[in-house]
Design a protein around this ligand. Structure first.
Ligand code: ATP
Length: 141
């Protein structure tokens, strides 16, 4: 019997506190640690680490954006499971909060000579804030 080729992907995005998406989608773009990764139905199985960024997917012909931070994605031919620390849909992002977080992180990064400042932590906070701002912009087209 011929193999059945999947035409849709079942996408689950899960954080420690909630299920952010449980959808049937036609394609997903993941912010992988080493760059963005486009996934279509029938993709070869893989496991990848994610970095803060914009996850996008198409459902019913419309694009959707979700900001994810650190985590993993498991890709199967008909399923993508995203396990991440935090995830917000573009429309849920508080842009002013993300702007404040960006400003705080940038102020800390300017104080590189201050031993009290954890530079790596400030870099991570900046990456999360930039990912949220980029995802929120997704709504503006
Ligand atoms: P902040 O300093 O503003 O808390 P952060 O990057 O330290 O930012 P996280 O620790 O990544 O925040 O997230 C804590 C919780 O707050 C998570 O549930 C996350 O989804 C939510 N969150 C963080 N920033 C925003 C935002 N700008 N809009 C909506 N939800 C946010």
């Amino acid at each position: 019997m011929a193999d059945v080729i999947a035409t849709e992907i079942r996408l689950d995005i899960v954080t420690p506190d909630h299920l952010v998406a449980h959808d049937s989608v036609s394609g997903v773009t993941l912010p992988g640690k080493t760059g963005y990764l486009g996934i279509l139905p029938g993709h070869a199985p893989l496991l990848t680490e994610l970095a803060p960024g914009k996850l996008t997917y198409m459902r019913d012909g419309l694009p959707h954006g979700v900001c994810v931070t650190w985590g993993f994605a498991e890709v199967l031919p008909d399923r993508v499971i995203v396990l991440v620390q935090t995830a917000e849909r573009a429309e849920e992002i508080d842009v002013e909060r993300a702007e404040r977080a960006k400003q705080r992180a940038e102020d800390r990064l300017k104080r590189f000579a201050d031993p009290q400042i954890d530079m790596e932590r400030a870099h991570e906070a900046l990456r999360r804030a930039l990912a949220r701002l980029e995802t929120a912009r997704h709504l503006q087209g």
